[in-house]
Write a protein that binds this ligand. Structure first.
Ligand SMILES: *Cc1c(COP(=O)(O)O)cnc(C)c1O
Length: 407
């Protein structure tokens, strides 16, 4: 069967060149970077070279790079580290309604520990307003955390402007750049950020390795792990040398290929959008029409379930993702789509197509050939086209499958 992978926002394959490097650091150069002998020294050298590559890719100093286990850990470490050390200065945190759960659930946890959390709304395109951020800042605000680009609908936030404002007010600013890195420019100075998270498996490095950037002098301290003195006392635990080397290599490749690849992907993205729009009725493209990731399409199909579409697409070899949340059992539509004011019955029918380096125009055309009959068939058997009935029962059919998480 033809297989088309359109789920790069969930995870990407490891680039063969990256995997090759990794293999070498598992089988040959396997020393502990802390060890003083030859094996250790070789591993240390590789870790520090990877750190330089990552730093170069985001315009940072290598000393400002901390390797973590991934995007979730980086987000947790950033937020906890700022909140805890600045607790005597204030207890107010500002975030947005469309954040990834790694941020949203972290600030909510702090909300239960005496912090006050402002969750800013977004407009219909999923965009946070800089004025709203300005209005939310109080003399108790210690942290603003707003993502660079959204993982569900691709909208790019005005990070540089928010960062400028945060700096003027003396408030630390963190951004989750997990989806943006490798697709649009990510430079810590241009974005005016103090802390920034990225994750290897979203740009062709393996799962389980990430980076937290912390600006020199920022009032932040590692507060989650207790252990060894690795990462200059900022992240205890033996360095994941193969992962770090892989991430360094992938970051280097991402930076080198970004512009060209983004241009190629945005052509495919627009071909998808135009094709869906012209061939299928009752659809809603979500996210900002221009300020969006080059590789992501998010669309709601009225009267049908995102998950039924996913299963039908899967049977045709196409891997996509739905906007439904992973709160197993309950079928809550995505918090992101709801925050944008998209009605429940529309949000239920959302799917996300996220493109990557191996996708071609033929993949897009295959999707455009396969999708219309799927939509037609599902709509024909859908109980949801009687909207009133849907509203009355408050639940949908066709979603009796186990739910899978959207990253
Ligand atoms: C995938 C993702 C994360 C989590 O990263 P992991 O490395 O999977 O923990 C965080 N934020 C965003 C926006 C993501 O897309």
């Amino acid at each position: 069967m033809r297989r088309v992978y359109f789920d790069h926002s969930a995870t990407t394959p490891v680039d063969p060149a990256v995997a090759e490097e990794m293999y070498r650091f598992m089988t040959e150069t396997y020393g502990n970077p802390t060890s003083l002998h030859y094996f250790g020294r070789q591993a240390r050298k590789a870790v520090e070279e990877a750190r330089e590559k990552v730093a170069a890719a985001i315009g940072a100093d290598p000393k400002e790079i901390i390797f973590t286990s991934g995007g979730t850990e980086s987000d947790n470490m950033a937020i906890h580290g700022v909140a805890t050390i600045n607790r005597n200065r204030g207890n107010h945190i500002i975030t947005s309604a469309v954040e990834h759960h790694a941020v949203l659930n972290t600030v909510k946890a702090l909300g239960k520990q005496g912090f006050t959390v402002t969750i800013l709304p977004v407009d219909k395109y999923g965009m946070v307003s800089v004025e709203d951020v300005a209005a939310a800042i109080t003399d108790k605000t210690v942290l603003i955390t707003i993502m660079h680009a959204n993982n569900e609908m691709g909208t790019i936030q005005p990070i540089a402007e928010i960062g400028k404002l945060a700096r003027e007010k003396g408030v630390l600013f963190h951004t989750d750049a997990v989806q943006s890195f490798g697709k649009i420019p990510v430079n810590v100075d241009a974005l005016n950020v103090d802390l920034l998270s990225i994750s290897g498996h979203k740009f062709y490095a393996p799962k389980g390795i990430g980076v937290l950037y912390v600006r020199k002098g920022a009032r932040w301290r590692q507060t989650l792990f207790h252990g060894g003195a690795q990462e200059r006392l900022r992240r205890a635990g033996t360095e994941n040398t193969p992962g770090i080397v892989a991430l360094g290599k992938a970051a280097e490749l991402a930076a080198a290929n970004r512009e060209e690849e983004a241009a190629r992907l945005s052509v495919l993205r627009d071909r998808l959008i135009e094709g869906i729009d012209s061939r299928i009725g009752d659809v809603l493209l979500t996210g900002h029409p221009e300020k969006r990731l080059p590789n992501l399409v998010s669309v709601c199909f009225k009267y049908i379930e995102g998950e039924s579409m996913l299963l039908s697409l899967d049977m045709q070899g196409i891997a996509a993702s739905s906007g439904s949340a992973c709160t197993s059992g309950s079928l809550e539509p995505s918090h992101v789509l709801l925050a944008m004011g998209i009605p429940h019955e529309m949000a239920h029918g959302s799917i996300r197509l996220s493109l990557g380096k191996d996708n071609t125009e033929a993949d897009v055309d295959y999707f455009l050939e396969v999708m219309p009959p799927i939509v037609e068939r599902l709509r024909a058997m859908s109980p949801l086209d009687q909207e009133n009935e849907f509203a009355l029962s408050g639940q949908c059919n066709g979603c009796r499958i186990s739910h899978s998480c959207q990253a």
